[in-house]
Design a protein around this ligand. Structure first.
Ligand code: FE2
Ligand code: FE2
Length: 189
């Protein structure tokens, strides 16, 4: 009873910020890191949607649909992190996104950027995992498992798109065939 009273008194004399910290089991540096990743996923969402728009403009409708779907997936990734922060009692931040590339020299340049983005995201999750280990936040480390697994597939698909482009080439109806093949990515039987 006395302990409970002391705890209440302690809470009352603490600043609002400190009380909020008690609500969350996330360390401040981890929270900032997660919010930075929300921003990165939001950037991917917009970047893929811009790729989709460019593809549709070129008549590459299957690539256009493929990148629209990728955009949806990135939003899901963003919301997964958003939900995790909220579940842990932290404050999630809705990100502002800028620097989206809307024009591409050709389809290969677009495929290259998609791969670069995925490699950067994998790198980010690896670095964040290392930070979790350093800060003994094993819960967040566990949460990252799903993303690390997902990145394997994302990178594989992005690399395969480039391979398909180089294998088929753009002579004759090459671009038409490439467009067709990209639609099959991620749909392994
Ligand atoms: Fe993602
Ligand atoms: Fe991705």
């Amino acid at each position: 009873m006395k302990n409970e009273f002391n705890n209440k008194l302690k809470l009352r004399t603490m600043g609002t910020k400190s009380i909020l910290r008690l609500k969350s089991s996330l360390q401040e540096s981890i929270l900032d890191m997660l919010n930075a990743q929300i921003k990165m996923e939001a950037h991917s969402t917009s970047a893929y949607l811009a790729m989709s728009a460019w593809c549709h403009e070129q008549g590459l409708i299957e690539c256009g649909d493929y990148y629209k779907h990728q955009s949806d997936e990135e939003r899901e990734h963003m919301l997964r992190i958003y939900d995790y922060i909220i579940d842990m009692g932290g404050k999630a931040i809705s990100p502002e996104v800028s620097n989206i590339q809307h024009e591409f020299a050709d389809l290969r340049a677009l495929f290259e950027l998609a791969l670069e983005m995925e490699v950067a995201i994998t790198d980010s999750f690896n670095k964040m995992s290392a930070t979790c280990v350093k800060n003994a936040d094993f819960q967040t480390l566990k949460f990252f498992d799903w993303f690390l697994e997902e990145q394997k597939e994302e990178e594989d698909n992005a690399r395969r798109a480039l391979e398909i482009y180089d294998l088929i080439g753009i002579e004759l109806d090459g671009l038409f065939q490439i467009d067709h093949q990209v639609a099959k990515l991620g749909k392994k039987a």
